[in-house]
Design a protein around this ligand. Structure first.
Ligand SMILES: *[C@@H]1O[C@H](CO)[C@@H](O)[C@H](O)[C@H]1NC(C)=O
Ligand SMILES: *[C@@H]1O[C@H](CO)[C@@H](O)[C@H](O)[C@H]1NC(C)=O
Length: 405
């Protein structure tokens, strides 16, 4: 075939345009999200330099945490040292994610803006001499941390609206849940509770569970209920509930608010719960969502049945049939009648201890969870602030109980 030596200029131009169109078309096609979805991500990462940033941020760099104020008298917040590095996070706190440094020394890093998170104890006023950081890095997180109930928060939160980015408290809707204790599955060691909807095993039928410790102690458990209390007038009015209960059964009140005393720390006081008493009152000082304190967990570690009164949904915290919840009764008469019934039969009584075969009580540092949160990729680009921390915190209590007394 013989091509014409020269195409007419108009045709040349047309061919050129066609060729350009074709190339553009092919380019468009290969760059289409339908054919080249990885290209989109790669292009983005190249453009923003985010690839290296994200990788460094998620894996290698330690997150740095400053404890701004002390936890009551404890500058270390129950941690073993003033400053902890990744090794302590891993070996001593047993954290899964441990690439963190934490200190209570404000000059641990040369500038406050360098910390990834600053933790404030919000149950107390901030220290006078170092009330607040002067400058703030917009990408660092201020943490609202406390274990007290709203009624015991001696801190003016109205001054701190739109200040905190994270919450760390016993409430299950906190960003970092900091419970007084945790229920672990004995087999898997996994945490079962607290959780918004724990998956509990079902208790066996009454009579099917024979607990050798309780069986042994039963003959000497001749007293009904004990209560150790030092805070006498409370928002929950637990003192009134206790007084009403006392009309129905023998209740021994130890401490400032009762007639009996037992020296704090004397092992005999705790042993009495095993040897003498059938029930222990774990009444909270206020009726607040998820507010369940160490007294309850202390009782669970003994051979005694706790009678609980608080604002929590206890099914989020404890196995079924391991406690008696006062709020499940309409009146004190009914509660007392139920306690009498349980106290009257060793198999009824023992049935409250079935869970010990499957669950144990443990704890883990909330700073593990904080460290993990600071490393979580879904937090890298997120912004969050509590515009009204006062409402978030204070609107979680009720002031009347369900049980009548
Ligand atoms: C429960 O255990 C005790 C001693 O450990 C025994 O005397 C008693 O018969 C047992 N009861 C049942 C129903 O197995
Ligand atoms: C933290 O909260 C402050 C105050 O509302 C806000 O300016 C900042 O952007 C927040 N930082 C992050 C990382 O969410």
């Amino acid at each position: 075939m013989r091509l014409p030596k020269r195409l007419p200029p108009k045709l040349q131009l047309l061919l050129l345009l066609l060729l350009a169109g074709l190339i553009l078309g092919i380019y468009q096609l290969t760059d289409s999200p339908l054919l080249n979805q990885y290209g989109i991500l790669k292009k983005y990462l190249k453009r923003s330099g985010a690839e290296s940033k994200a990788a460094a941020a998620t894996t290698t760099a330690n997150r740095r945490i400053l404890l701004w104020s002390s936890f009551f008298e404890d500058a270390r917040w129950k941690l073993p040292y003033d400053t902890l590095g990744p090794q302590e996070f891993r070996d001593e706190l047993q954290c899964g994610v441990y690439q963190c440094e934490l200190s209570n020394q404000h000059d641990y890093l040369p500038a406050l803006e360098l910390y990834d998170a600053i933790v404030f104890h919000a149950a107390q006023p901030f220290p006078l001499l170092k009330s607040l950081p002067k400058r703030r890095n917009p990408s660092q997180l201020y943490v609202f941390a406390l274990l007290e109930s709203p009624g015991e928060t001696k801190h003016r939160l109205s001054d701190e609206q739109d200040f905190y980015n994270l919450t760390m408290s016993y409430r299950l809707d906190s960003d970092i849940v900091w419970p007084y204790a945790r229920l672990l599955d004995k087999q898997t060691r996994a945490q079962v509770a607290p959780s918004a909807a724990p998956h509990w095993r079902q208790p066996p039928a009454v009579g099917a569970w024979n607990d050798s410790d309780v069986w042994r102690l039963w003959p000497t458990k001749s007293k009904m209920a004990a209560w150790f209390v030092s805070h006498c007038e409370t928002l929950s009015l637990r003192e009134k509930l206790a007084a009403a209960l006392e009309q129905h059964l023998q209740l021994d009140i130890y401490g400032k608010c009762g007639k009996l005393s037992c020296a704090r720390g004397d092992p005999h006081c705790d042993n009495m719960l095993d040897t003498d008493y059938k029930f222990y009152l774990a009444f909270e000082n206020s009726l607040c969502e998820d507010y369940v304190t160490e007294k309850l967990y202390g009782a669970l570690q003994r051979n005694i049945v706790p009678v609980v009164f608080g604002g929590a949904d206890y099914t989020r915290f404890l196995p079924p049939h391991s406690y008696i919840d006062a709020e499940q009764f309409e009146s004190v008469d009914e509660l007392a009648a139920h306690m009498d019934f349980v106290a009257s039969d060793v198999y009824e009584y023992m049935s409250y201890f079935w869970w010990r075969e499957h669950y144990s009580i443990g704890n883990a540092s909330p700073f593990c969870d904080l460290c993990a949160k600071l490393h979580a990729t879904n937090w890298l680009h997120k912004r969050q602030a509590y515009a009204d921390i006062e409402a978030w915190w204070f609107n979680s209590c009720r002031f009347s109980s369900r049980i009548r007394f």
